[in-house]
Ligand binder design. Structure first.
Ligand code: AMP
Ligand code: GLY
Length: 425
């Protein structure tokens, strides 16, 4: 079967690497891709916002499965356009992708289905938002309703900070994504991520992970897309995972189907492990980046079989995903300046040396300039390693990081710290 993978980040390099290993995969195409993806796939110069162009490409190249990596094309309805012409697509419809595309939609769905999450109020004006803040008090969380590239959430420790965030949103900082906002109860606990695959009727657990969102060591500094991750997240015990499935994920999938918006693809649950049990922080309608890189390093099943079964509504008929007992840990190397304006064009070398040490180096924001590999985005590489424990995987990953020569880049030195501390306790 020929497969088309859409996207160009570290997540998509990991997906491409795993898809290409499947005996079911004939030609793997990727658009727009990156130099790492080009090692395992053929890149297609395709504008993925142009649905007609993607359709024409799929017809001309007899594509049997389209895998959509990032959220923007899903929220934009690309999977509907492709499914409408009979193609098998891994990724939810536009209606189902509202679980990521609208915070207010998700909170209302949770309220209807009795899913545990923080109390909230949807607001469409600055005045209403400021009034809501008075009711909630600090700390409080303010979220732009729509997609804001991970920058639309403020966890405000004081009312003054909360008021600034509200004014920012309604002054148009996030454009249309901030025409509406959600004011939300602050939840306390440790965060973890959990992923499930579903075709709208069958739901199977995929894997857990823990992300590191802040740019600096010790979880300091501004939020990023994610500076590193490891999988599994042991803090999410089998009992807590079962609760997350039965209280949050399964009722969500059932509600979406019952309301005529069946969800198909991967459901990425951001959880807060509160004193009352797991509560939903947010949903994403795609794999996490860099969680995906860590999880796929552990996946033993055929990824093509899993994603194709989701796309064809036959997840019940195949074996559930199997993972190695190993831990995998990924360290993101970012370009100086990230998460602000990153310095692009800096040369990168030593990836071969890093991989010879046992790591896998996924490309996130790289480009070729002649014979030189250079940084072309904020997050540049995702250096991923396996080990019997988080400490072991971390040691291999950082040995590999240290073998990479990337003078205009940086990374956090403490990925996995919570679990490493528990392992040493
Ligand atoms: P998001 O962009 O939705 O992933 O949110 C970014 C981060 O904000 C999350 O990873 C949490 O650390 C934090 N956050 C979001 N909602 C809440 C909440 N209700 N209580 C506490 N922290 C939150
Ligand atoms: N690493 C978090 C995300 O992919 O949204």
């Amino acid at each position: 079967m020929n497969i088309l993978l859409l996207g160009s980040g570290g997540r998509e390099h990991a997906l491409a690497w795993k898809l290409a290993q499947s005996p079911r995969c004939d030609t793997l195409w990727a658009a727009p891709g990156n130099p790492g993806i080009a090692q395992v796939a053929t890149l297609a110069a395709l504008d993925i916002t142009d649905h007609a162009a993607v359709l024409a490409f799929c017809e001309a190249n007899v594509i049997g499965l389209i895998v959509i990596g990032p959220e923007a094309p899903l929220v934009d309805g690309l999977s509907d356009s492709l499914r409408g012409q009979g193609f098998a697509v891994f990724g939810p419809s536009k209606a189902a992708a509202q679980l990521e595309g609208s915070k207010g939609f998700t909170k209302d769905l949770c309220a209807r289905a009795g899913i545990p999450t923080g109390g909230y109020e949807r607001v469409t004006s600055e005045a209403a938002a400021l009034a809501a803040l008075e009711k909630f008090g600090a700390p409080v969380v303010i979220k732009a309703d729509g997609l804001a590239a991970g920058k639309g959430v403020t966890v405000a420790m004081t009312i003054a900070e909360a008021q600034d965030a509200v004014r920012d949103i309604f002054a148009g900082r996030f454009g249309q994504a901030g025409a509406e906002a959600v004011i939300e109860e602050f939840l306390e606990g440790e965060e973890a991520s959990f992923f499930a695959l579903t075709d709208g009727s069958t739901v199977v657990p995929f894997a857990s992970a823990q992300d590191h969102k802040r740019v600096g060591d010790g979880d300091t500094g501004p939020n990023t897309g994610g500076m590193g991750a490891y999988s599994p997240a042991k803090v999410l015990t089998p009992a807590l995972q079962a609760q997350a499935m039965t209280r949050i994920i399964v009722p969500t999938v059932r509600a979406m189907t019952n309301e005529g918006m069946p969800y198909s693809g991967v459901l990425f649950l951001g959880l807060m492990l509160t004193a009352k049990g797991p509560e939903l922080i947010e949903y994403n309608c795609r794999f996490g980046d860099p969680e995906c890189q860590a999880m796929l390093m552990r996946l033993e099943s055929d990824l093509v079989e899993l994603l194709h079964a989701c796309a064809e509504n036959r997840l019940a008929a195949i074996d559930p995903p199997r993972f190695s007992d190993d831990v995998a840990l990924t360290v993101v190397m970012a370009a100086n300046g990230y998460p602000g304006t990153p310095e692009t064009g800096g040369a990168i070398s030593g990836i071969d040396v890093a991989e010879a040490l046992g790591a896998k180096v996924f490309h996130a924001g790289t480009a070729r300039q002649g014979d030189t590999l250079v940084a072309s985005g904020g997050r540049v590489l995702a250096v991923t390693a396996r080990g019997a424990s988080v400490s072991e995987a971390q040691a291999t990953a950082y040995a590999a990081v240290d073998a990479i020569d990337f003078p205009t880049g940086f990374c956090r030195r403490d990925i996995g710290w919570r679990e490493v501390a528990r392992e040493h306790a």
